[in-house]
Design a protein around this ligand. Structure first.
Ligand SMILES: Nc1ncnc2c1ncn2[C@@H]1O[C@H](COP(=O)(O)OP(=O)(O)OP(=O)(O)O)[C@@H](O)[C@H]1O
Ligand SMILES: [Mg+2]
Length: 255
């Protein structure tokens, strides 16, 4: 079913999820539009990773809905969400260290038509010249930053419509963080949407169009990244959510 031009690409409504009896997300609403970079911020344990897992079908959707490209995705499973065009780069840049860079990418391309795999691998490598030069080397020979680049490249092999990155900066030097986030900015120009979980608030806000803050499994702030005084708003949202009840603060774009 075609979706209207202004419908969000990803539309999460009232999503509840967690681990068995442990409910972590208590009704999360979040949207991402095509070509938009959305930063998902929040303190440790807020439920950011859990939200990405639920969207990508790794965790059940206990209540609410996940729509992607106008299609209901909740509880369809990880394989189906990947097919629909969502790539999820999980926390901690897990790659196959005993395999070469090229083979890691080939594994990510497993269900693409055979004749397209080589060109898709080259396309993904073109985002990261640094690891392209090491395509025949084992993953274990890459630095932490290069392993993170490879993990992102694995997501890009599939030409996702939405790339979800879970703390891509973790353990990286400031220069490498800028390199990875620079790719995120360039991806937006190709129309790819990005949902970026980050602890480095300033860096995330600098590349994002819009920001959500999550605390204790609830959205406590939604705001354009250009909001003046956003850092202060975020701090209040992180720590003040208990006083404010369950209604998130939604800041209007500056005029
Ligand atoms: N596999 C799991 N089994 C049970 N509980 C879990 C599991 N993973 C996370 N949790 C719990 O779910 C809650 C949210 O965790 P989550 O990892 O989503 O937070 P986060 O916002 O990503 O935090 P961080 O910034 O530390 O990565 C926490 O209370 C955590 O202890
Ligand atoms: Mg996390």
């Amino acid at each position: 079913m075609p979706i209207s031009a202004d419908a969000p690409l990803l539309d999460v409504n009232g999503l509840a999820s967690g681990y068995g009896k442990l409910r972590v997300l208590h009704g999360v609403d979040l949207t991402v539009r095509s070509g938009e970079i959305v930063a998902l911020l929040g303190p440790n344990g807020a439920g950011k990773t859990t939200l990405l897992r639920a969207v990508s079908g790794l965790l059940p959707c206990d209540a609410g809905s996940v729509q992607f490209g106008g299609r209901a995705l909740g509880n369809t499973g990880a394989r189906e969400t990947a097919r629909a065009g969502i790539a999820h780069v999980i926390e901690g840049h897990r790659i196959f260290t005993q395999q070469t860079v090229a083979d890691n990418l080939l594994l990510a391309a497993y269900d693409l038509p055979r004749g397209e795999r080589a060109s898709r691998i080259e396309e993904a490598l073109s985002w990261f010249p640094e690891i392209a030069a090491k395509r025949h080397d084992r993953g274990s020979s890459l630095s932490g930053g290069q392993q993170q680049m490879l993990a992102v490249a694995q997501g890009l092999v599939r030409r996702p419509r939405l790339l979800m990155l879970d703390e891509p900066s973790a353990g990286l030097s400031p220069v490498l963080v800028d390199r990875v986030l620079g790719v995120v900015t360039r991806l937006r120009d190709t129309g790819t949407a990005v949902l970026l979980v980050e602890q480095l608030i300033e860096k995330a806000v600098a590349v994002a169009d819009r920001v959500y803050a999550l605390a204790q499994g609830l959205v406590v702030l939604e705001a354009p990244a250009s909001t003046p005084d956003l850092a202060h708003q975020l701090e209040r949202a992180y720590f003040g959510h208990r006083e404010g009840g369950r209604t998130p603060a939604v800041l209007a774009p500056p005029t």
